[in-house]
Unconditional design. Structure first.
Length: 316
C-alpha cells in the first residue's frame, strides 16, 4: 500500500461528541444521580484568566480576598464559588492542583475561592457577612471578568458547607448581610448549593460539640448550650423557604467530626418546604475531602451543576 494511503488512514477524523443541556432541569430527588453530564468543553490553561488576591471587601483594616479563575472564551461563564472548611478556625482560599473544583474549568465554569474571617478574628455572623459580600462583589464585577451574574453556584466542605447552605437559604435576610462591605445594590442570592458534610443545627450535634471550646462555640462566642438563640441564627434550616435554590448534599456515614444527622436534618427540612434537593450519603466514609473527590462521585456533583446553573458550550 502506498505510504500516502497509510497516512490518510492514520489521520481519520473522530466524530465530535454531542451534548445538550435541558433548559428545564428535572426535579432532583434523594436518590443517587447515576449518570455524568461531562461536557466536551476544553479550556486551554494558557488562555485562562487567573487573578489572585483580589480584595472584595475591607473590614476594620482586614483585607478580604479571593482568587478567580476564568476559562477561555467570551463567556459569560457560570461561576462556582468554593468556600473552604477548617472548623471556621483555620483554612484559606488556596487550592492545590488536585482540588476537585479545578476540573470544572475544563468544563466551562469559572471558579472563585474566597477567604472569610475566622472565628479567632470575629464571631458569627461575620463569616456569612463576608461570604455574601464576596457574592455581591463577584456579581457586581461579572461583566469585567466574563461571568454570568445569573448563574452562581456555591460549593463548600465542612464549615464551608455550612456557609454554603446559609447562602442558599438566607437570601434577602438583612440580619445575615452587611451591605456596608460594598456593592450594596447587588444581590447575594445564589442559584445552586453543593454542601459536603457541613453542620446545620449545632444544638443537635451533641457530645464534644457542646463544650465551650468546640468549633461551634468558638464561632458563636459562647458555649452553644448557653446561647441557643445565637445557634438558631447560625442554623440554615431556620431560613428555608420554597423559593430556595437547588441543593446537592453529601455526607459520609462514618463521619465522626460532623454527625451525619446534620445533613439529614437539612435535607428533610428542604424537602418538606418543597425545595429541589438531593441527599447522597456515602457509606463507610469519614470526614475527609479525599473520599469525595473520586471521579465516580464528582460526576454526580457535575451533573447537578449542569442541570441547575448549567453550562454553555463554545458556539452556543
Amino acid at each position: 500500500m502506498p505510504i500516502l494511503a497509510i497516512l490518510c488512514l492514520l489521520f481519520v477524523g473522530v466524530q465530535p461528541i454531542n451534548a445538550s443541556i435541558s433548559p428545564d432541569p428535572p426535579r432532583v430527588t434523594r436518590h443517587m444521580i447515576s449518570q455524568s453530564s461531562m461536557s466536551p468543553y476544553q479550556s486551554s490553561p494558557e488562555k485562562r484568566l487567573t487573578s489572585y488576591d483580589i480584595e472584595y471587601a475591607n473590614v476594620d483594616n482586614k483585607s478580604l480576598r479571593l482568587d478567580l479563575r476564568v476559562p477561555e472564551g467570551e463567556g459569560p461563564h457560570p461561576l462556582i464559588v468554593w468556600i473552604h472548611g477548617g472548623g471556621w478556625m483555620r483554612g484559606s482560599k488556596s487550592i492545590d492542583q488536585n482540588h476537585p473544583v479545578l476540573r470544572q474549568l475544563d468544563r466551562g465554569y469559572a471558579l472563585a475561592s474566597i477567604n472569610y474571617r475566622l472565628s479567632r478574628e470575629a464571631i458569627f455572623p461575620a463569616q456569612i457577612h463576608d461570604c455574601k459580600a464576596a457574592i455581591r462583589w463577584l456579581r457586581g464585577n461579572a461583566g469585567k471578568y466574563r461571568l454570568d451574574h445569573n448563574r452562581i453556584a456555591v460549593w463548600g466542605a465542612s464549615a464551608g458547607g455550612h456557609l454554603a447552605a446559609l447562602l442558599g437559604t438566607s437570601g434577602g435576610n438583612a440580619e445575615l448581610e452587611d451591605l456596608s462591605m460594598g456593592n450594596a445594590g447587588v444581590s447575594s442570592r445564589v442559584q445552586a448549593v453543593v454542601d459536603w458534610f457541613g453542620p446545620s443545627d449545632f444544638l443537635k450535634m451533641g457530645g464534644k460539640h457542646n463544650k465551650s471550646q468546640s468549633p461551634e462555640s468558638l464561632l458563636l462566642g459562647c458555649s452553644i448550650r448557653t446561647c441557643p438563640e445565637r445557634a438558631a441564627i447560625a442554623n440554615p434550616i431556620n431560613y428555608i423557604t420554597k423559593n430556595d435554590p437547588p441543593f446537592f448534599i453529601q455526607h459520609g456515614s462514618a463521619d465522626r467530626t460532623v454527625p451525619v444527622n446534620q445533613s439529614e436534618l437539612l435535607y428533610e427540612a428542604l424537602s418538606n418546604a418543597g425545595v429541589q434537593a438531593t441527599y447522597s450519603p456515602i457509606q463507610g466514609v469519614g470526614h475527609s475531602l479525599s473520599h469525595f473527590q473520586e471521579t465516580v462521585n464528582l460526576t454526580q456533583v457535575e451533573q447537578f451543576l449542569d442541570q441547575t446553573v448549567g453550562i454553555k458550550l463554545p458556539g452556543e
